[in-house]
Design a protein around this ligand. Structure first.
Ligand SMILES: *[C@@H]1O[C@H](CO)[C@@H](O)[C@H](O)[C@H]1NC(C)=O
Ligand SMILES: *[C@@H]1O[C@H](CO)[C@@H](O)[C@H](O)[C@H]1NC(C)=O
Ligand SMILES: *[C@@H]1O[C@H](CO)[C@@H](O)[C@H](O)[C@H]1NC(C)=O
Ligand SMILES: *[C@@H]1O[C@H](CO)[C@@H](O)[C@H](O)[C@H]1NC(C)=O
Length: 418
């Protein structure tokens, strides 16, 4: 679609230039005041080309910097952020492959100083250093407790933090939390020290809705979470997500699963295959182009492959820009190509798409009932889990706004078991 638009613009431009030339020539020939007109038209043509040149340069810049055209401005005072694409000249000396050991000396975390201490997610690594470090860490967690990493990709504060705090309470050591938010008004220090969200914000960059910068943020979250060798499963959540079961149920579902959960499907039409760009070939062919919800749950092997990906992601950065929605295609296409056998091809996050449109239904206080939550928790038709039929299809649900908090806290106890 984008391609045809471009070629259309090109031919329009050429056409109008051509017309301009013709008019100019005929007028000049007919004119008595030849020199006067010559001067005038030269000036006009020069101006036209100048304008064309400026526009051209501008369009080029835009295609390499998707952030310029953020669809949703995160804050009016947002300042320019460092480029998403790390500078190639920054080379990190990587003498050691950092291996997280599970030796009895409990020194994981000190072995390579880049292995993060659980209580500190702040670092000074560049994007490239981070991804490189993360991709070098190998898991040897035979004796180590396996943790689930809950990665929150948010626009700002977490309005449902109280619900999550209750969900996590008493399960310390089995999970880690990461928050990516580019909101300049997000102050960690407003979070009480007792909260599991305290100081869990990773170094973040600006994110544009539906843009490649969203995928870059997901990779950043994964890379930060991979630095903790104890993390075994990786869940992407937003600030409007809620857990549907208690921690032990969700944890055991994740840790014991034989699959990763990335929504993958092939959709004919403009909202699916129509977003494919021929220039993505040969890395991505039209038949391998996939779509799916961005809210994933993956294991360590897939997470490692995603942060190490230098094949697919650059193609998305280059050609998945307009009407493409990289976040709905990158991971689905990547996992479909790389891990078809170990993916469940479905998301664990329930979303209500019953209302047509680009955004799913948002739930407010009034629509949250016990009956509704029970319906989302237990699906009559069921889903396949480790080869067996299970009533549980979804572990999380969205989108719930801040007004639902007190009701959710109430039903957390009576329906969701925490
Ligand atoms: C890498 O090795 C070089 C020499 O081989 C050494 O000078 C440098 O300090 C090492 N860097 C790190 C990060 O260990
Ligand atoms: C990051 O760098 C700044 C200035 O170079 C330093 O003050 C700060 O302590 C560093 N932070 C970390 C986590 O290394
Ligand atoms: C979590 O929920 C399950 C099933 O609803 C229940 O059997 C289990 O006891 C609960 N766990 C805790 C720690 O409350
Ligand atoms: C997911 O889809 C792939 C094809 O993309 C297929 O090979 C695989 O068996 C599917 N997984 C499950 C669990 O059905």
């Amino acid at each position: 679609m984008k391609k045809s638009q471009e070629t259309q613009e090109d031919s329009l431009q050429q056409e109008s230039r051509h017309q301009l030339h013709q008019i100019v020539i005929s007028k000049i020939l007919r004119s008595h005041r030849f020199f006067q007109n010559l001067v005038l038209y030269s000036f006009l043509i020069g101006f036209g080309f100048g304008l064309g040149f400026i526009l051209n340069v501008h369009i080029r810049n835009v295609s390499f910097n998707p952030q310029l055209f953020r669809l949703s401005s995160l804050s009016p005072s947002s300042f320019s952020t460092p480029p998403l694409q790390p500078q190639p000249e920054i080379v990190v000396p990587l003498n050691d492959t950092v291996v997280a050991t599970n030796d009895d000396d409990h020194e994981v975390g000190q072995k390579g100083h880049y292995l993060m201490m659980p209580e500190n997610v702040v670092h000074n690594m560049t994007e490239e250093e981070l991804l490189l470090r993360a991709s070098k860490i190998q898991e040897k967690t035979l004796k180590m407790t396996k943790k689930a990493a809950f990665m929150f990709l948010t626009r700002g504060k977490l309005p449902l933090a109280k619900l999550w705090e209750r969900f996590f309470k008493g399960h310390e050591g089995l999970f880690s939390i990461y928050i990516h938010t580019s909101d300049p008004f997000y102050f960690d220090d407003h979070t009480p020290e007792t909260s599991p969200f305290y100081r869990r914000r990773i170094p973040s960059k600006e994110v544009g809705w539906g843009m490649v910068s969203m995928v870059a943020a997901e990779r950043r979250l994964l890379a930060n979470a991979l630095l903790d060798a104890g993390n075994h499963r990786f869940v992407l959540l937003s600030e409007s997500d809620i857990p549907l079961f208690n921690f032990s149920t969700i944890y055991s579902y994740l840790i014991n699963s034989q699959h990763s959960y990335v929504d993958v499907y092939d959709l004919p039409g403009p909202a699916g295959r129509g977003r494919y760009n021929r220039r993505m070939s040969p890395v991505i062919s039209r038949t391998n182009w996939r779509k799916g919800s961005q809210w994933f749950e993956i294991d360590r092997e897939v997470a490692l492959a995603v942060v190490s990906d230098t094949t697919y992601f650059p193609v998305f950065e280059k050609y998945c820009l307009w009407n493409c929605y990289a976040d709905e295609h990158y991971l689905s296409t990547f996992v479909h190509a790389m891990f078809p056998g170990k993916n469940a091809n479905r998301s664990l996050t329930w979303t209500d798409w019953s209302r047509r449109g680009p955004h799913p239904r948002k739930y407010t206080r009034r629509s949250v009932t016990g009956e509704f939550l029970r319906r989302v928790r237990n699906r009559e038709q069921g889903c396949v889990y480790n080869g067996k039929k299970s009533e549980k299809c979804y572990l999380f649900a969205r989108k719930f706004d801040g007004s639902t908090l007190d009701k959710l806290l109430y039903f957390a106890h009576s329906v969701m078991g925490f």
